[in-house]
Write a protein that binds this ligand. Structure first.
Ligand code: ZN
Length: 92
């Protein structure tokens, strides 16, 4: 009984770790803060990427794809983000 409980809890930890690994592989662009798993930023084509960053912000697309997120999102306007996507708050 006790053992079975242990097994299920360790399995759950594994799932959390897998998610953590995906995020850890992401690199933040030093220019526009865009988060990517590629070696080049798809947003501004910079290769100046950093694995050292804190905070993640996700900017969702507006009602129309061409809508500037800065118009509807306070966070996007503060960070001056004009395209939806995942961004790092601070890049070192
Ligand atoms: Zn960039």
């Amino acid at each position: 009984m006790g053992r079975r409980g242990c097994e299920s809890s360790s399995r759950r930890e594994k799932e959390v770790n897998q998610e953590g690994t995906i995020i850890a592989k992401m690199k933040a662009c030093k220019v526009c803060h865009y988060l990517t798993a590629e070696s080049m930023c798809p947003n501004c084509k910079s290769t100046n990427l950093s694995t050292s960053y804190t905070g993640i912000v996700v900017i969702l697309p507006g009602r129309s794809k061409r809508e500037d997120p800065r118009l509807s999102s306070y966070v996007a306007s503060r960070l001056n983000i004009d395209k939806p996507g995942k961004y790092a708050l601070k890049v070192r």
